[in-house]
Every structure is written in structure tokens, then in C-alpha cells.
Design a protein around this ligand. Structure first.
Ligand code: FE2
Length: 475
């Protein structure tokens, strides 16, 4: 719909559109017709801002059907220390930073505003250490200063031949910012950044762009030898599941010395159903409940002394929007009691070491925005740490649920940061944080072949939490 038609369609229904909302709606036919339907039923405010439009859009995508069918109300994940009777492993899940049992979002406009306010405030606190921004002011007051210092959320990014043109906003106002390309700055939509610069007319010419960054802090180590294995993306039920590798994995874990004390599965335990068009052709097990029964019986063949932390991913049977709660009790009850269900993302403290586990769907927005190839997920994870956020972009590939707290902010610096999702395998250290992209049990799918992506399955990292020395289980 062209701009003029849009304005008049909404005006006829008594709705005024903010210019930014108009831009956003121009190439979103479906959203326009839904909003117009809402307007005709008097369910829209008379002035619709960009945030309002995005909120309505969120309402349409963030509550998948299965959530209401499968998600029983659960008590808050308690932050209690649990001692495994067999292995003596001491651990806890950080209940404050795991959404499980705490989702209150209905995806409405109010939730959306609350969510972005929570994100901005949580991010703003992370800039406290940045001396470049000492004395920063709300955008509405920034025009009175010679040198302008602001902290704002990136609302839109347009790339011109010589500069990026960015709109930054905070609760007080918004401002156009010019960032010349020679600064070599890459931005991700809806992230919060600091800008130092000078005003030229009403535009701010950026001299320095500041990210929250990752301070180097004392890292935690366990006082005893603890071997922590990280796997991801098993995709039970897929016809590409690597059975030979799995059987070899079971054997190796029974025989390995020293033994593995705990293992993380960072999402996509099963292949799921209806995740992408035509997926049914790629499934050996075509019922999702049967997929979980299969997964549970196979995990039961692993040593029972080993704790297993099980996180959902975008193929699992929980809502798609992040943060994702742990698998529901109906599924969880299939597993033996050495399996601990956690949300996505989640912080687990294992013998004093903080592990941030995130399935990694946010990489689907980070990697293209920053021109990082899928073969280098660790670079994407580093960008997440620098920006202190796991999935900033709203309206991109990663659906986000507007909770009252932003669970995707990295406000606690982990000792280990793990993702899966891209089916690669790698590890590195960035400013003292061990970053790990955990490998998969799924061989190259037809989709990956079409995309020319070669996974690195069956190649798993083990970390000794006492000194972070590493080893590998290759199957
Ligand atoms: Fe996956």
C-alpha cells in the first residue's frame, strides 16, 4: 500500500499514524489489514506510534497455539542448592534469570512498552562503567550541550554512500544520528548504544560509538575436578539423526575416564513438527510426543550419575518467542531424575562456576547484521557479549515475548557462555569468558545443503571447571 492510501485508510477509521509507524507499515500488507480490522472494531488508540504498531504485531506472533495446550502453571524456579546424591555435584539454576513459571506477557501494547522500558533501563545500567559517557543526558536535554553524550535505543538504520543514518530514542525523545562509514561501526536493530558527538542543526554527528562492553572480572573456578560436557541440537526424530555417532557416544560416556560429571543440551533435543514447510519429509518420527519418548529412552542409556541440563530451542515443544520456558511437566516427566529442565536462556551455577546457556536463535539476526558468516558463530557470540544482549532485534528472525523484565540482557558476566543452533563446533576465550558453540547429532540437512552450509557434528567439548582445561568427545 502506498503512503497516501495508508494515511487515508487509517484516517477514515479515526486513527492517526506517527510517521515512523507509517514507514514501518508501508510494505507490511498483512499487518495493515489486521490493524485496520482492529480499528474498525474500536480496539486501537486514536494515535498509533511505531511502538504501538510493533506491539500489535507482537501480539500476532508471540503466542503459539501449543503454549496454551501444554504449558501448565508452574511454581517459580527456586534458587535452591540441590545436591545430586550420586555424584555429589552441587549446582543451582539462577531463578531470577530464567523465565520458567514466570511469564506474564499477553503480548499487548502495554506489555510491549513495559518490555522496551525494562530493556532500556537494564542496558543503561551496564553503561555506568563507561567513562566516555559520564554526564550523559536524556535525549530531550542533549541539545543544550556543546558535546552531546546520550544513551539510546537504535530504532532504525539506513545506510547511505558515506554514512549510517540512525534514529536513537530514549524515554524523553529521539534524535537523528549520522555515523560516517570510516568509523567502521556495525549496528544491530533495537540495541542500546552510547553516542558522543556534536550537533549539526538537529542531527547529531557521532564522534564515538560506545557499546556496554565486557569488563574483565575475576572468574570463578570450582574447587574440585568437575568435567562438564556441552552438546546441542540432537534433533531426535529427524531422518538426519546420526545413530552411529549416538551409539558411539553412549559407549564412550560409559567408558571415559575421568567420568563426565554433568552435560548440557543447549536446545533442539527433538526435531519437532511443523518447524519449517515440508519438514514432515525429513522426519523418521512424525509425532512430537513420540520424539520426546525416544529422546528420553536414549538419554536413559547414558550414565545415570551424570547430571543433564536440558534447555529448549526453536525446534522444541514450548513457545517459540524468547525467553522460552523449560519443557512442560508433561514432557519433563518422561525423563529420569538426573535430567534438570531449564529455560532459554538460563544461568546455571555448577560448583561455583556461572554458565550462561542460550540456544542461539539470536545469531540468526546478529550474524547477517554484522556481516559474519554462519561458519563463525563464536564471532557472533562475542558481539553478543560486547552488546550484552542475546537478541536485540524485534521483528527480525528471532521472535521476542514482551516480558516485564528483559531476560535476554547479559547483566551477569558468565564464566562460560554456550550456544548451539548453528550446528557448528568451536570454543574460544573472550576477555576471560570461555565461549562455546556446541556441536550437533544431526548430519547435513537438505536445507543446509541448499544454503551451502556444512555442519560439524559429533565433536563435543568437555571443560574441567577447576582450571578450564579442555578435552573433546568425538564420535
Ligand atoms: Fe538445531
Amino acid at each position: 500500500m502506498v503512503e497516501r492510501e495508508l494515511i487515508s485508510e487509517f484516517m477514515v477509521n479515526g486513527i492517526l499514524l506517527e510517521p515512523a509507524a507509517l514507514d514501518y507499515l508501508e510494505d507490511r500488507e498483512n499487518l495493515c489489514s489486521t490493524l485496520l480490522g482492529e480499528a474498525r472494531n474500536n480496539r486501537l488508540p486514536t494515535f498509533l506510534s511505531l511502538s504501538g504498531v510493533k506491539s500489535m504485531e507482537m501480539k500476532l506472533i508471540s503466542v503459539p497455539m501449543q503454549e496454551t495446550e501444554l504449558e501448565p502453571a508452574r511454581a517459580e524456579f527456586p534458587k535452591v542448592e540441590v545436591t545430586c546424591p550420586k555424584s555429589d555435584l552441587s549446582f543451582y539454576v539462577d531463578g531470577e534469570r530464567d523465565i520458567t513459571g514466570k511469564s506474564i506477557s499477553e503480548g499487548g501494547m502495554k506489555d510491549f512498552l513495559t518490555y522496551f522500558r525494562a530493556r532500556y533501563n537494564a542496558m543503561r545500567r551496564l553503561f555506568r562503567r563507561r567513562r566516555e559517557l559520564t554526564g550523559s543526558l536524556p535525549i530531550a536535554k542533549a541539545g543544550r550541550m556543546d558535546e552531546v553524550k546520550i544513551i539510546g535505543m537504535v530504532r532504525d538504520i539506513r545506510k547511505g554512500p558515506r554514512a549510517l543514518s540512525v534514529t536513537l530514542e530514549d524515554e524523553s525523545s529521539e534524535i537523528g544520528v549520522t555515523i560516517f562509514l570510516d568509523k567502521k561501526v556495525k549496528l544491530v536493530g533495537d540495541e542500546v548504544i552510547g553516542v558522543v558527538g556534536k550537533l549539526r542543526g538537529k542531527r547529531l554527528i557521532a564522534e564515538d560509538i560506545v557499546f556496554p562492553g565486557l569488563p574483565i572480572v575475576q572468574k570463578n573456578r570450582s574447587s574440585k575436578e568437575v568435567n562438564f560436557l556441552m552438546i546441542s541440537d540432537t534433533h531426535f526424530g529427524s531422518s538426519n539423526f546420526m545413530w552411529d555417532s549416538w551409539h558411539s557416544f553412549i559407549t564412550k560416556l560409559s567408558e571415559i575416564e575421568p567420568k563426565i560429571d554433568c552435560m548440557l543440551i543447549a536446545g533442539d533435543l527433538v526435531d519437532g513438527i511443523g518447524v519449517y514447510p515440508g519438514q514432515i519429509e525429513d522426519l523418521d518420527v512424525k509425532d512430537v510426543y513420540d520424539q520426546y519418548e525416544l529422546a528420553a529412552s536414549e538419554l536413559d542409556k547414558l550414565p545415570h550419575e551424570m547430571k543433564i541440563f536440558l534447555q529448549p530451542g526453536n525446534h522444541d515443544y514450548v513457545r517459540l518467542a524468547e525467553p522460552q520456558p523449560a519443557l512442560p511437566e508433561e514432557i519433563g516427566s518422561l525423563f529420569s531424575n538426573n535430567v534438570v529442565l531449564i529455560g532459554n536462556p538460563s544461568y546455571i551455577n555448577i560448583e561455583g562456576v556461572d554458565v550462561l546457556s542460550y540456544h542461539g536463535a539470536g545469531l540468526d539476526d546478529y550474524l547477517p547484521a554484522l556481516n559474519i558468516p554462519y561458519t563463525k558463530p563464536l564471532e557472533g557470540m562475542k558481539a553478543m557479549l560486547i552488546r550484552r544482549h542475546l537478541a536485540t532485534l524485534y521483528g527480525g528472525k528471532t521472535p521476542i515475548a514482551p516480558e516485564s523484565r528483559d531476560y535476554l540482557v547479559i547483566d551477569k558476566i558468565p564464566d562460560i557462555f554456550v550456544t548451539g543452533h548453528v550446528h557448528g563446533s568451536g570454543a574460544a576465550v573472550y576477555r576471560g569468558v570461555v565461549i562455546v558453540n556446541a556441536s550437533t547429532f544431526q548430519s547435513q540437512t537438505s536445507y543446509q545443503k541448499m544454503m551451502n552450509f556444512v555442519p560439524d557434528p559429533g565433536n563435543f567439548l568437555v571443560l574441567n571447571l577447576k582450571d578450564m582445561s579442555s578435552g573433546r568427545v568425538v564420535v
